[in-house]
Structure formats: structure tokens, C-alpha cells
Design a protein around this ligand. Sequence first.
Ligand SMILES: [Zn+2]
Length: 344
Amino acid sequence: MAGASALNVVVRPEGRPALMAGREVMRLPAAALGVILVDHECMRCVVAVDVGGTTMKGGLITQDGTILYAERRPTPRAEGPAQVIAAISAFVTDLARPRTLDDAQVRPEAVGLAVPGLVTPQRALYSAALGWKDVPAEAFTDVALPVALGHDVRAAGEAELVYGRAAVRAEPPAGHVLFMPIGTGIAGALVLGGSLYGGAAGWAGQIGHVPVWPDGLPCSCGQRGCLAAYASASAIASRCGETSAADVARRVRAGDPRAVTVWGEAAEALALALATYTLLLDPALIVIGGGLAQAGDLLLDPLRERLGDRLTFRPAPMVRVSGLGPDAGLLGAGLLGFRALPRL
Ligand SMILES: [Zn+2]
């Protein structure tokens, strides 16, 4: 997994685009190599790292959300939290080195780290997945650059708002959005009145552990009947004896009865949890991200139908898949990095 895995061509029209005006990026497959910068100015950028349970995604991100460089490395979770922190620090050091990409000088100015668990801009307070407790932001880097931490899902949600498809930004009221990545687990970034909401202590958004079935299937959190026990990609896969939800999706399309049942229960569980969220907080838009979003209409069609059926006296919010896909967390980490700069 180590080594460069994805690079982008930067396409710029005449003149500089307005800050945050949108992403003028043409994406290439992961196998593509090479970076072409049409704009040869020294580009402002930050180091961004999105730390996941199995993979760390790192990159250099510009103010307008262009990924100048991207690389994936494994997260050495099995070796303990100290090794994970050391691996993040080494990754940041490598990414922060001044470099020339094509003819452009690239010198990152700050570091943004998106991490799971309970986190403040200055400290990673707790992560069950990675095993650390109360780690100051400075422990994650050896470079002399300002650094900011943020919650991985909330950072990804903010990236969806800033860089995601135009509908997320433009359709009113855009300030009321639930961004919900579905992967190994399920979590939500709550945008309420235009602001990301973290709750009293940063625990908000644990929609994956909202019970959807009394005394239902056991969940890794210790509760029973959680949404994640039915609708996370890992739960869907394991309930069908598969290694990935994509394998289950293939069986659903082929009409396999067990896969159809499990998929239907996942859609029902999601509809229940999202109906609860909708009744409580009235979002205009729900954006599904993470690996399960790749199922597209196979997931969205039954989810929209069941959510609409459950909401009898009010319209259902729009439900869409993420416009940024797996880059959302990395771009969110970039936003954190720019926030660490004093002048931005
Ligand atoms: Zn749970």
C-alpha cells in the first residue's frame, strides 16, 4: 500500500479561480503518474492526512481543493498507538518536504490531520479504533509548521460542503445537511444552520449506534440493535459470509435470496435511523459517503422509498451519494490545515 497511489492533473483556465470557487481538477485513475501544473506560480498548499483504521491517506492540498499530490500508507494499528503516532509523524515529515511538481515550487505551509474519535483542534482525546488517549497535536508532527486536528467524519462533511457537487452548496437551505459515510462503521457529520455540530463534548454524530431494533444484533460498541450492526459495509458483508459489501451487492443484483434479505434489512435500518434524524433535525439534504455509497442506486432507490414511506406527514429530505467519494476526508484534512494558518 505504501508509495504514491494517485495523482491529479490540475487544469486551470485563464486567470486564477476565486478562492473556494470550485474544483478545477480532472481526476486520473490511481495508476496514472505525473502532475501537470499549467499555472507555474508557487502554489499555496498544506499537508493533509486522513487517518483511518487501516489506511492513512496523505496529500498536498491547495486552497481551492486541488490535490497536488496524494499517497496512501497502511495504519500500523496492530503495533499500538505509539507506532501509529510515529507513522503519522513520518508521513507528515515526508509530505512537508519542499518539492517541485512539474515546474511549480511547492512548499506546504501548515498541517491538517483528520483523525477518528474524540478530538479538539489541539488534542486527540480518545480513539477506540487507534487506542490513543489525550495526544497533543504537536505529537503528530516533527515539522515546524502550524498544525490543526479535526474529527475525520466532520472534516469530510465540511469538504462535501465546500468542494462537493454544486447542489450541496447551492440548493437552499444548504446549511442543514447530514453527511453520513458508511464503511467499517457509520458516523455522521451534522451541519446545522451552516455550522458543523459536535455536541457538548464532541460525541455528536454517532448515528451508527442509534438503536434501530430492540434487543437486535449485537454491535461492536456493546449495545444491541445498532444501525451499524445492520447497515455498515462490514456488517452487510459478514452477514452474507462475504469479505466486502461490494460482493454482497453483486449477489443482490443476481437475485441471491440471502443477499437480498440482508440488503433489504440494511436499507430498512438506514430508513429508520434517517427518519428519526429527519423528524428531529429537519435536514434539507442527506449525503451518503464511504464505501457503501459506491453501490449507487442499488442502495439509494430502496432507501429513498422506505424513508418516504416512513415520513407520513412531511416530505423526505433529498438523499444523494457523496460527490467527492474517498477524497472527502483528505480534502477535509486540507481545510483543517488552512485553518491552522493565522491569516486564513
Ligand atoms: Zn453500536
